[in-house]
Design a protein around this ligand. Sequence first.
Ligand SMILES: [Zn+2]
Ligand SMILES: [Zn+2]
Length: 238
Amino acid sequence: MWGDIIRGSCQQLLDILFPPQCVQCQTSGAILCPRCLASISWFMPPLCHTCGLPQSGTDLCTRCQYQPLQLNGVRAVGSYQEPLRSNIRALKYQGNTRLGEPLGKLLAQAYIKHGIRADLIIPLPLHQEKLQQRGYNQSQLLAESCARQLQLPLQTTLVRRIRTTPAQVTLTARQRRANLQGAFCCAPDPTTQSLFNRRILVIDDVCTTGATLEACAAPLFEAGAREVWGLVLARPTR
Ligand SMILES: [Zn+2]
Ligand SMILES: [Zn+2]
């Protein structure tokens, strides 16, 4: 609680010294202004029960019928387009870590909207090398804000990324999955014992095919997790 108060006061002071500017429209006053926030196009039902992408008719989209995801499901705020795209890029590549807070709140809204039930939140871990390059894990900033909003426990050291993987942009879904096999591992016991029968929510910024979330879910299932869900800000749609 004191942590929240101190964090809040520091942010207020920072906002006075360096007034925030909207990443998208440069309006002064908020890092993500109310107008841009309202312009986000949320995914609307009907959604595929597994991958969470908009689709017509049946419970599962064609892709999930033939190639089921190796986790319980993925949900996203919306499509990878403006203003989400610029906000995610600013958070991830331009060091705009202040965006973690409002974007994490969006994730918390999506969690409630989609009726997800989790006992524990974890951020998708970055490989140590990448973490040193970037200086922070954007997924962790999102997860911290989201967990605070939902008052759910957050675990940031449970899963580690033990292997870096080459860029996946040109790979098919099947190739991505193979490429990522064994890329994540769970912390050794006794920490993992606490995972038995738990429902875990993995937070990331963007999800393309779901292969990275699946790879992260694998050691969690091995450690006894009952459900693993992915929650992201945006998904590219064709
Ligand atoms: Zn704006
Ligand atoms: Zn689907």
